[in-house]
Write a new protein. Structure first.
Length: 135
């Protein structure tokens, strides 16, 4: 019984293969496929946008410059215009609070090594991202 079913299936398959025609793609098939790939590639590409825009950097810079000029020129005593008062830049309290701080040589080496590693990593990531997004 099974042989009979297999023979019938083979006969049916032979008929289908003989009657089926060979399909050929259209002449501009490759062009259509490639244009579809290009459209999908540009649609999904990542566009680089900085976290802080140039306008924001300008506003931040203007704020710092304004704050610095305010602190330099705003004094309680009347000074001539060409004389600056840098008394607000005194770090005596900060230095006095750090005066009793003792750091072992091992800790200092670890902090120095961490700083070097982070700096190196920042440089590598910056160059990698620049190559990746500015092609």
């Amino acid at each position: 019984m099974k042989n009979n079913v297999d023979e019938n299936i083979e006969k049916l398959l032979k008929k289908l293969v003989q009657t089926a025609s060979i399909e050929t793609p259209s002449p501009d098939f490759t062009k259509n496929v490639m244009s579809g790939i290009l459209v999908s590639k540009t649609k999904n590409s990542i566009i680089y946008q900085p976290i802080i825009s140039k306008r924001a950097w300008l506003l931040i810079s203007a704020g710092f410059i304004g704050l610095f000029t305010f602190l330099v020129f705003h004094t309680e005593n009347a000074y001539p215009a060409n004389q600056f008062n840098f008394s607000f830049l005194r770090f005596d309290k900060l230095l006095n609070s750090l005066n009793g701080l003792q750091v072992s040589s091992m800790t200092a080496n670890i902090i120095l090594l961490a700083f070097i590693m982070i700096s190196f990593q920042v440089l590598l990531l910056k160059s990698y991202l620049k190559k990746r997004y500015h092609k």
